[in-house]
Design a protein around this ligand. Structure first.
Ligand code: SF4
Length: 343
């Protein structure tokens, strides 16, 4: 049974914050920042035990969902996201390209399916899609779905109409990260607001699609910013079904090229808090895995991460290749997750 009822009052009523013995598997889907901080700062072993208990109540603890990501339109983006290699405002040296052909997407998706992917994500470096591109995007969604894969897109901001069109084509997930806390957001991006992000997430939800939304660690934000970001996500009217947590890969030429690396223990704590606050969401270890040790990834899986991107590139960044992941999964006794109806 899921024990998430009466979430607003849950921490105090159950003695969680008073350090009293707790039931295993206690997840919280409504939480204040103050309560989340107490959970985040609890002794590491207690935090991980609780996160793993929540994980076991909601998922097969040894199954990891595998997604593949393809850049369908690279670089030349008008936005100024400080972490991104694809912003036209940052001299990162990335060559911009146009929206690729539907046939190319379908060929890549077939290959990904043959290699074990269950979800195919397509990303375009746009502020938002142009209406003239919608027909091509719809053809991509329909084609990838016809291959028997779940579909996800990340195309920037969506109007309610665009969200409706993509949902009508059968798009399962839409990714739109909130990136960080509302307070820190203007330090990272100035060409759109945190509220704009939330509006797109609401449009996606209203159109009936599942939401993929997470953020990035290592941009110079504080621990409180990370906690606040997770609380924002978990307190959405419905929490995202998929929560990617990225570790910044500093890109030469980007504004955050010299950002301090994240402490691995802090990263694992963030994953654990995400699992506790969003018990039934897939928490995805996304960008930055090439900079994580095997042991750090193993701790992240123990803390409740249960999704990864496979393949040797993530849009424009390096990612551990297929062989590396297969070997790591074997050493950890992990297996790819079979997705049943609805998930
Ligand atoms: S993160 Fe997306 S919106 Fe921001 S600059 Fe990069 S491609 Fe553009």
């Amino acid at each position: 049974m899921l024990r998430n009822e009466n979430r607003a009052d849950f921490p105090v009523e159950k003695g969680i914050l008073a350090g009293e013995p707790q039931d295993e598997g206690v997840g919280i889907e409504r939480c204040s920042v103050a309560d989340a901080k107490i959970i985040y700062n609890s002794p590491f072993n207690d935090l991980l035990f609780r996160a793993q208990s929540v994980h076991r109540e909601n998922f097969d603890p040894n199954a990891v969902q595998i997604s593949r990501l393809l850049s369908i339109k690279t670089g030349g983006c008008a936005e100024d996201c400080g972490y991104c290699s694809q912003s036209a405002r940052s001299p990162t040296g990335l060559k911009a390209s146009r929206l690729i052909m539907v046939e190319k997407v379908l060929a890549e998706a077939s290959k990904a399916k043959a290699e074990g992917a269950s979800r195919y994500c397509m990303g375009a470096a746009w502020r938002s899609p142009k209406d003239r591109d919608m027909e091509t995007l719809v053809a991509m969604v329909e084609g990838v779905k016809a291959l028997g894969l779940e579909t996800c897109m990340t195309l920037g901001m969506l109007s309610p109409e665009q969200a409706g069109t993509l949902a009508g084509a059968g798009l399962d997930y839409y990714n739109h990260n909130i990136d960080t806390s509302e307070e820190f957001y203007p330090q990272v991006i100035t060409t759109r607001t945190f509220a704009d992000r939330l509006d797109t997430l609401a449009n996606v939800r209203d159109a009936g699609m599942k939401v993929c939304a997470g953020g990035i660690l290592g941009m110079g934000e504080t621990t409180d910013d990370r906690i606040s970001m997770l609380v924002t996500l978990s307190n959405l009217p419905e929490p995202p079904e998929s929560v990617p947590i990225n570790m910044l890969i500093p890109i030469p030429g980007s504004r955050l090229a010299n950002a301090e690396p994240v402490d691995p223990i802090e990263f694992v704590r963030t994953i654990a808090l995400a699992r506790i606050l969003m018990p039934r969401s897939h928490v995805r270890l996304s960008a930055g895995r090439t900079q994580m040790s095997d042991e750090m990834q193993a701790l992240c899986f123990f803390a409740g991460a249960n999704s990864i991107f496979a393949g040797d590139t993530l849009l424009t960044a390096d990612n551990p290749g297929e062989d590396y992941d297969t070997a790591l999964f074997r050493r950890l006794g992990l297996k790819p997750m079979d997705l049943g109806p609805g998930e």
